[in-house]
Design a binder for this molecule. Structure first.
Ligand code: URA
Length: 246
């Protein structure tokens, strides 16, 4: 399917500045389409078979970007907010220009794997409850987590609002005053992990998402750092859960 887009949109998506800055660039004669200088920023181009260059350098257009972030505590999973710092605030202008948004939410005090993309279709699929995309978290829990909890989670627990969760898998690393566990869930209710532990009388004191679908967090990313997914990682993500089902 070919893709028709406005010239100024193409250039700003590719990190050549805001729409206003890009218009200026075009006016100055820095931009060529198929070898000819163009001065009209509103022209529509077919990005599949028209070649744009800026200051003589060919532009390789891409529509979508996919970023893996190691979300730090203290920032919210939103694109903008009047008071709070958001995960998008952590991105460079180059990536902000792509209008990416976080796929789902991690709480302000949750760390770890957050995917940001402007591919709305993939985001929608990853978030669809019908697709059962697994999400695994590492957590520290105040209170001793036992096999009885594991059994309860396997059967689904009833949350404070009466909702019974889908079966979840618990892996206990340390069972003590402060326990350490991994938990995998296949849905994404509000504060789900915290509320699941509350349902069994325990409290989450630290939460970090370590994987989404078949993709794990790149542990070499420091908190607040992000990078693009490789082509292979994107394929892996797309083959997760029931994403290939209709
Ligand atoms: N469950 C929670 O309680 N918080 C998150 O951030 C993610 C899952």
């Amino acid at each position: 399917m070919s893709k028709i887009l406005r010239l100024d949109k193409i250039l700003s998506n590719m990190g050549h500045g805001s729409r206003k800055e890009v218009k200026q660039l075009i006016k100055e004669g820095a931009v060529e389409v198929d070898g000819k200088v163009v001065k009209d920023s509103s022209i529509q181009l077919n990005i599949d078979n028209q070649q744009v260059s800026v200051f003589g350098k060919a532009l390789i257009y891409r529509e979508f970007v996919y970023l893996m972030m190691n979300k730090p505590q203290g920032v919210i999973s939103a694109t903008e907010d009047a008071r709070e710092k958001t995960v998008v605030d952590l991105l460079s202008d180059e990536y902000k220009a792509f209008d990416v948004a976080p796929v789902g939410r991690l709480d302000k005090d949750t760390e770890g794997f957050l995917l940001l993309t402007n591919d709305g279709q993939l985001a929608h699929q990853l978030l669809s409850p019908k697709k059962h995309i697994p999400k695994t978290y590492f957590a520290r829990i105040s209170g001793s987590v036992t096999m009885a909890d594991s059994e309860e989670f396997k059967n689904g627990v009833v949350l404070d609002d009466g909702y019974k969760t889908l079966p979840a898998e618990l892996l206990i690393h340390i069972s003590d005053e402060i326990s350490e566990i991994n938990i995998t869930i296949y849905e994404g209710k509000f504060h789900q992990i915290k509320r699941m532990f509350e349902a069994v009388g325990k409290k989450v004191v630290y939460l970090k998402r370590v994987s989404m679908g078949k993709l794990s967090l790149d542990e070499s990313l420091e908190l607040g750092q992000y990078r693009e997914l490789t082509a292979g990682e994107l394929e892996t993500l797309k083959s997760s859960g029931d994403l290939n089902d209709r």
